[in-house]
Design a protein around this ligand. Structure first.
Ligand code: ADP
Length: 854
């Protein structure tokens, strides 16, 4: 521009043309273009200037430039420069690009770049100024400056070692202070080195590959080993960025020393693994796994953790001096399961192991053999044996080893921990297995036993059924037998009565002694047969449970007296002295059937006479026994009975050889007596010393006498007095003296009433005819005929038919009561007698009989 303006002397139209061109140029220029004169007044102002400073052209033309766009602070300098130019024609700021601060109309200041050029415009000099706003550029420059500064700051003060190196040559280009401090080289030493110089040689090849990548603009991150100046090798986490540095392809590397971190991580991983292994053992223990399974689960991990090629879990068999592999883990294989056994000697000092001490075994020191060879083959030159102790017992060992005989403390402590835990788990598992085996065995036994039992049970059931059937059969047979016997005895008794009757008649007619003798034999034989039949019948009835018994209080003295009376003639015949002792007890009562008690005593007494010596003695005694029982004993002075024979004593038909001595008998007396006594809840027994006689005894429960009972239960006879006195006669047919006495006493309360006693049925009937009683009291068990029989005869007798009959019986079975009432009895009173009830009945009956009904 200077050139066309500089050539001022041109033709006027050419000038005009050039001015026009300049005007257009200025008008469309990208920069603000302003011209001023020498006084500093604005002479032109293009549209860019309008935009840049906020002033319109017409507003600024003729204004001082300094007052329009120069900030007040620089105005004086501007004016001074202008004055200097006017004076000298020179200006420091002319014809070059300078940067200044300009003022906008709105008062804001902003940086501009301008070039001021003096121009000769005709005769005058003008200055043209080209201005452009450089705010943006300034800002960018500022930012750049700042970022560079912060980068420098970052690099220099970064707490991590950093460096820049040339990716082509691997030369260090820059290092920061931390790198210098950390690696031990000075900055100058670094800058003389290449990055490969701080690596172990073996890593350099790999380094080159990475650097090639960085040369192609790729970034890199990775862990490397760096060598410090002092030779230590460190693990370093490197991040490299491809950058331009001083016009070279370079890489910026940030290095973080992670040696400690990695060590910590590794030890953390190891301790995690250790815990995992212990946990694994626990888990297996809780899951109740088999010893092999537990060992198998743990061993490979344990071996890896210990960092040895080989680890084995061994179980000791101390009894055989052998070791059994439970599980073993080698570098490439794991062998599981029992089977392999080797000598305990391979485990070192067993006593020391027992004490919990570790053993280190050098394979070379072992005796040569397949075991040592196998160990060497699997790379084990030395191994450590860690004892497994559970509950104070050495149960096995964990052994591990390899080439090195160094067993670092951490390794040992891990092995110890695992061995302790394994010992517990294995012991538990073994216990569980034992318990399981036991349980299985037990179950098996229970099953077998159950089978046996059910078989036995079935057998028993079959036997019970069989027994029941047999019993039923026996009962049926028994029944048939007693039926047969009773029928037979009845059938035999009828002709026997005829035989005996007619024989007695013949006795009167027989004149000749031999005839008398014959008849005597017939009578004797007949009587024998009769007693035989009666006794057989009784036994049969008892065995069939069909012997009617009527237990009631029986006065002991009455029974003894009666029996002695009956036996006296027989005793006299044999000159035997009869004696009775303990008479103080004769007033006592026992609970028995009165007739049957007499039958038993009579049997004992007659035996004592029969088997006594001529002129001997017989004593009937009475004495109390414990628990409210009375004993009646019959003692003789006969030959006695040897203990050997006693068992046979109560067997029917067994006469113990008496039949050869000509003593009469059936061999049934004692057998029947025993059955009778027992049927009355009594006991029969014998005390005998051979040669000194025998004592047979019977024992019964004591009973209260009916009279005592009356006195006890009916305190005042006055209360039993009759409202109206009645007269009358009562016939009482009863053979039990106690009962007779009771009724006697009771009737004594009615002075107008007379009692006639009868101890036999037939006698009773005869007395009834004779006295025509107002009331007959009838017992059912009578020595001659039964009470039933007496009632029937009374009923059938037209004269006695209307006489009221009251049954007094110990037998209170409802069937019996019904039967007798149906047979015509007026009432049925049971023993023990209710005196009040009896008196009421007596009063009613007597007053009814007094009534004028006949
Ligand atoms: P019987 O007297 O009819 O033979 P028992 O049953 O009464 O039958 O007695 C069985 C046997 O016991 C008798 O045969 C006799 O040998 C023996 N015996 C019974 N009582 C006595 C006794 N007081 N002294 C010796 N022997 C006796």
């Amino acid at each position: 521009m200077r050139k066309p303006l500089g050539q001022g002397q041109q033709a006027p139209d050419a000038l005009q043309q050039s001015e026009e061109r300049f005007r257009l140029l200025v008008a469309h220029a990208l920069d603000a273009v302003i011209t001023i004169d020498l006084q500093g007044l604005i002479t032109s102002w293009n549209p860019q200037a309008e935009r840049l400073f906020g002033w319109a052209q017409q507003e600024v033309l003729g204004r001082l430039l300094s007052e329009t766009i120069v900030p007040p602070a620089y105005r004086e300098a501007h004016e001074r420069g202008l004055a200097h130019f006017r004076a000298t024609g020179e200006g420091a700021v002319l014809n070059r690009r300078i940067e200044l601060t300009a003022l906008h109309r709105n008062g804001t200041e902003f940086p501009v770049e301008l070039a001021i050029t003096p121009m000769q415009w005709g005769k005058t000099t003008v200055f043209s100024a080209f201005l452009r706003d450089i705010s943006d550029r300034k800002r960018t420059e500022q930012i750049l400056r700042e970022s560079e500064a912060s980068f420098r700051l970052l690099f220099a003060n970064n707490p991590l070692p950093m460096w820049v190196y040339d990716v082509a040559t691997m030369d260090f280009l820059e290092v920061n202070a931390v790198a210098v401090a950390h690696y031990g080289y000075s900055r100058e030493e670094f800058l003389r080195m290449r990055i490969s110089d701080i690596r172990p040689p073996e890593d350099v090849l790999k380094l080159k590959e990475v650097v090639t990548g960085l040369a192609m603009g790729m970034n890199h991150a990775g862990i490397w080993r760096h060598r410090l100046k002092d030779g230590r090798i460190r693990d370093v986490d490197i991040m490299s960025h491809s950058i331009e540095f001083a016009g070279r392809r370079a890489a910026l590397a940030v290095a973080m020393d992670v040696t400690e971190l990695r060590q910590t991580q590794a030890s953390l991983a190891r301790s995690t693994e250790r815990l995992q292994i212990l946990h694994e053992i626990d888990r297996a223990m809780i899951a109740a796994e088999a010893p092999v399974t537990i060992a198998e689960a743990v061993l490979p991990r344990l071996r890896d953790l210990l960092g040895v090629p080989r680890a084995i879990v061994n179980l000791f068999d101390l009894a055989t001096g052998e070791v059994e592999w439970l599980a073993a883990a080698g570098r490439r294989r794991i062998r599981v399961g029992p089977g392999v056994r080797f000598p305990l000697a391979l485990m070192g000092d067993v006593e020391a192991l027992r004490r919990g001490e570790l053993q280190v075994i050098d394979v070379a020191s072992l005796p040569r053999g397949p075991d040592a060879a196998a160990l060497l083959a699997s790379g084990v030159l030395t191994y450590m044996v860690v004892p497994m102790i559970a509950g104070g017992e050495l149960i096995g060992a964990v052994s591990f080893g390899g080439a090195s005989s160094e067993f670092p403390p951490e390794q040992v402590s891990i092995a110890r921990e695992a061995a302790t835990q394994l010992a517990i788990a294995l012991e538990q598992a073994r216990l569980r297995e034992r318990v399981q085996r036991h349980t299985d065995e037990l179950e098996q036994r229970v099953q077998e036993r159950t089978l046996e039992l059910s078989a036995a049970n079935e057998k028993l059931q079959r036997e019970v059924a069989e027994r029941l059937r047999a019993e039923a059969e026996a009962a049926r047979a028994n029944h048939a037998k007693s039926d047969f016997l009773s029928r037979m005895s009845h059938e035999l008794r009828t002709p026997l009565n005829a035989i005996l009757g007619f024989a007695q008649l013949l006795e009167f007619d027989a004149q000749r002694p031999e005839d008398r003798e014959s008849v005597d034999q017939i009578v004797k034989g007949g009587r024998h047969l009769l007693s035989l039949i009666n006794e057989i019948l009784d036994i049969a009835r008892i065995e069939a449970g069909r012997l009617p018994l009527s237990p009631e209080p029986v006065r002991v003295g009455d029974s003894i007296q009666r029996v002695l009376d009956l036996a006296r003639p027989l005793a006299v015949a044999r000159s035997i002295e009869l004696e009775s002792t303990g008479e103080a007890l004769h007033s006592q009562h026992v609970w028995a059937d009165h007739q049957r008690l007499q039958q038993v005593l009579l049997n004992l007494v007659s035996n004592a006479i029969k088997y006594n010596r001529e002129g001997g003695r017989l004593t009937v005694a009475c004495h109390p026994v414990a628990e409210g029982r009375l004993r009646i004993s019959v003692t003789d002075t006969g030959p006695g009975i040897s203990p050997a024979l006693r068992e046979r004593l109560f067997q029917p038909f067994d006469r113990l050889g008496a039949e050869q001595q000509g003593v009469e008998g059936t061999g049934l007396g004692l057998a029947l007596s025993k059955r009778l006594v027992e049927a009355m809840s009594g006991v029969i027994g014998l005390d005998s010393a051979p040669g000194k006689g025998s004592t047979f005894w019977v024992e019964f429960l004591q009973a209260e006498s009916p009279v005592d009972r009356l006195a006890r239960t009916e305190p005042s006879p006055a209360t039993l007095a009759s409202p109206a006195e009645r007269d009358g006669t009562v016939l009482y047919i009863e053979d039990n003296l106690s009962n007779l006495r009771l009724v006697e006493r009771t009737i004594a309360l009615r002075p107008g009433v007379k009692l006639i006693p009868a101890m036999l049925g037939r006698l009773g009937l005869a007395l009834a005819h004779q006295h025509r009683p107002d009331l007959v009291l009838l017992d059912l068990h009578l020595p001659d005929i039964s009470g039933d029989h007496v009632l029937r005869e009374l009923q059938e007798d037209p004269e006695l038919r209307r006489t009221p009959v009251v049954i007094l019986s110990a037998d209170a079975t409802p069937g019996q009561v019904q039967r007798l009432l149906a047979a015509g009895a007026r009432a049925y009173l049971t023993k023990p007698l209710d005196v009040r009830q009896f008196l009421t009945l007596l009063d009613e009956t007597l007053s009814a009989s007094e009534a004028p009904d006949d």
